[in-house]
Design a protein around this ligand. Structure first.
Ligand code: ARG
Length: 457
């Protein structure tokens, strides 16, 4: 089979060499973007009188026909035609004859592939932002029903202070909000047209780059043709934003896994988001959360992969850049799947309120209350800390918790302690009284949720 670029060659490569160089196995994902880019390009060639109208109309007719066939999955891509650009150009020529060969006037595959990638990512990032937002809505809804659900808050994975369960969930809302902001901000660096940059140096044809950019809905055009064809920063940035998102999902996944263990037993995942064991009949595994935690690795890997590909590449286009695609597609696929699964998992999980309630009543996470109580009565906080520590030790020896201690024991440790201490030590009061801005006090959590809702449009 003859190559579209075969004129200069005396013999063709062997099939296995073609296979190594071909990207059609994966860049066929860009079929619609590539056809849209061609449609905009040929319309511009017509508008600038570079091609006669009848040629433009014939080419447009052929491209529209290819779009229909693509939608019906009826296009047959061939490795011999290397990549999506040459496959489609060949199909166009087969469909409408030699006039199809005029499409590539004033254009190169280098600006063509860059255009495809910008179009693809702009759309996907828009979808990802929507998915993050749906997940945020679910978090707000769960948080709203659990403002007064007490839960142990941890540092070092040791019980620290009681918190509102909603407060814990909302921490993830804000992480996701920053992720969403980063994706939104990245759009201005994606929404730029490289089309018309040619191979690297522009073209001698009197093209109108702003017009083809406008046809494609791009907000801007690259100012430098060499930068236009060799920039892959926008993909690195996407992979980096995705890595941060996955870091957040992975931390949350870890907590879901812990919480659904019998040791914690804070939540139960819905059957529809759990799996069984092939040997142990009693098991219900949080596989989806584990997978999301695990898939974080491949997204980080894709980021490192592309950073390594572009390091040390001379300007402008190099075939190395073909390696930008699989990691990007894989990342889109991974984060879209992870966001959808996580949202469903959180929406359908059961929160074991009683168990959470019991937990905070059987630990020392109210010890800070006692220290603060003494400090508020004028004892230097260091001494209050010491007194409280001694009382905790006393409890441990007797198998008590602070609320079980008789008043005499408490007063022996400090004469500042009065009978109102029992109210102060109640976990409910402990949470309610943490009313500082952004704290876990119920009023603050309610305010926080209202703030969060304003972030969702
Ligand atoms: N398949 C190539 C890629 O993905 C398209 C650009 C090819 N350009 C070239 N001059 N060989 O990067």
């Amino acid at each position: 089979m003859t190559k579209l670029w075969g004129g200069r060659f005396q013999k063709s490569a062997e099939q296995w060499v073609d296979e190594f160089g071909a990207s059609i196995g994966f860049d066929q994902t860009l079929v619609i973007e590539d056809l849209d880019g061609s449609i905009a390009h040929v319309k511009m060639l017509g508008a600038c009188n570079i091609l006669p109208q009848e040629d433009v109309q014939q080419i447009l007719g052929g491209l529209e026909q290819l779009k229909k066939l693509a939608a019906d999955n009826a296009l047959e891509f061939l490795v011999a035609n290397e990549d999506i650009h040459l496959n489609l150009e060949k199909m166009l020529i087969d469909l409408i004859g030699p006039v199809g060969g005029k499409l590539h006037t004033g254009r190169s595959r280098n600006d063509q592939v860059a255009t495809d990638m910008h179009l693809y990512l702009k759309n996907r990032v828009g979808e990802i932002i929507e998915l993050i937002e749906i997940f945020q809505q679910t978090l707000v809804a769960q948080a709203q029903t659990h403002i007064e659900t007490l839960a142990p808050g941890y540092t070092h994975l040791q019980r620290a202070q009681p918190i509102s369960f909603a407060h814990h969930l909302m921490a993830y809302f804000w992480m996701l909000d920053r992720d969403k902001d980063r994706f939104k901000d990245s759009i201005k660096r994606i929404d730029i047209s490289p089309l018309g940059a040619g191979a690297l140096a522009g073209t001698t044809f009197p093209i109108d780059r702003k017009l083809s950019a406008e046809y494609l809905g791009f907000a801007n055009v690259y100012a430098n043709s060499m930068d236009a064809v060799s920039d892959r920063d926008f993909i690195v940035e996407f992979l980096s934003n995705s890595s941060m998102l996955m870091a957040h999902l992975s931390r949350f996944a870890e907590e879901i896994i812990l919480w659904s263990s019998s040791e914690f037993n804070f939540i139960e995942l819905d059957d529809s988001f759990s799996t069984g064991s092939s040997i142990m009949p009693q098991k219900k595994n949080p596989d989806m959360a584990e997978l999301i935690r695990g898939k974080t690795g491949r997204v980080y890997g894709n980021l490192m992969g592309l950073l390594t590909v572009i390091k040390g590449l001379p300007l402008a286009y190099n075939k190395d850049m073909q390696e930008d695609k699989e990691g990007m597609f894989d990342t889109v696929h991974t984060i879209v799947g992870s966001l959808k699964i996580f949202e469903g998992m959180v929406r359908t999980m059961t929160v074991h309120q009683e168990r959470l309630h019991d937990t905070v009543h059987k630990d020392f996470s109210n010890a800070t209350e006692l220290a603060d109580y003494l400090a508020a009565k004028g004892l230097p906080f260091r001494e209050a800390h010491e007194v409280t520590g001694k009382l905790v030790f006393l409890c441990i020896q007797r198998g008590y918790f602070l609320l079980d201690l008789p008043l005499e024991d408490l007063q022996e440790a400090s004469s500042l302690i009065e009978s109102d201490i029992y109210d102060v030590l109640s976990p409910l009061a402990a949470v309610r009284r943490r009313n500082s801005l952004g704290g876990t006090g119920f009023d603050q959590v309610a305010i926080q949720i209202e703030e969060a809702k304003k972030r969702l449009v």
